[in-house]
Design a protein around this ligand. Structure first.
Ligand SMILES: [Cu+2]
Length: 146
C-alpha cells in the first residue's frame, strides 16, 4: 500500500516537472519573442522623434490610392528652427512611398511600410514635397526662425 502510494507520488512529480519544462519552452518560443518585439518597436519610435523637438507626419493607410487624401497627415506643418525643426515621416501604408522635395533638397528614397524618414530643416523657407509614385500626395513644410 505504501509502496504504490509512493510510486503514485513519483509519477505525479514527473508529470509536474514535464509540465514545467513544456511551459518554459512555450514561453521562450511563443511568448518571449512577442514581448521583445513590442519593446524594441516602442524604443525606436521614441528615439526617432521626441514630441517636444520634433514633428511627426504620417503617410496614412490608403495614401496609395487617389481617394486616400491627404497623402501626408498633416499635409502642411510649420516648424521653428531651434525648437521643433526636425520632421519624422512614417509610412503607415502598405504601399511604397517617398518624401521628395520639389527642389530635391531632401529625398527619403523608397519607404516601405513601417519605415521612417527624419530630416532637420536649418534654413527658413517654404518647402513643398511629394511622392514620386503618387502625384496626388503633396505636402508643405514651412520653416521659420525663432
Ligand atoms: Cu506614394
Amino acid at each position: 500500500m505504501s509502496k504504490s502510494g509512493s510510486s503514485l507520488a513519483g509519477i505525479t512529480l514527473a508529470v509536474i516537472i514535464a509540465a514545467a519544462i513544456v511551459s518554459i519552452g512555450y514561453f521562450q518560443v511563443d511568448v518571449a519573442p512577442v514581448i521583445f518585439t513590442t519593446t524594441t518597436t516602442t524604443t525606436t519610435t521614441a528615439v526617432a522623434c521626441t514630441p517636444s523637438n520634433c514633428v511627426n507626419v504620417t503617410i496614412p493607410a490608403g495614401a496609395g490610392t487617389p481617394a486616400g487624401a491627404p497623402g501626408y497627415a498633416p499635409d502642411t506643418i510649420v516648424v521653428v528652427i531651434g525648437v521643433n525643426n526636425t520632421v519624422n515621416w512614417v509610412n503607415a501604408d502598405s504601399s511604397i512611398h517617398t518624401v521628395t522635395a520639389n527642389d530635391n533638397s531632401f529625398n527619403s528614397g523608397n519607404m516601405n511600410q513601417g519605415d521612417s524618414f527624419v530630416y532637420t530643416f536649418t534654413t527658413p523657407g517654404t518647402y513643398k514635397y511629394h511622392c514620386i509614385y503618387h502625384s496626388w500626395m503633396q505636402g508643405t513644410v514651412i520653416v521659420k526662425n525663432k
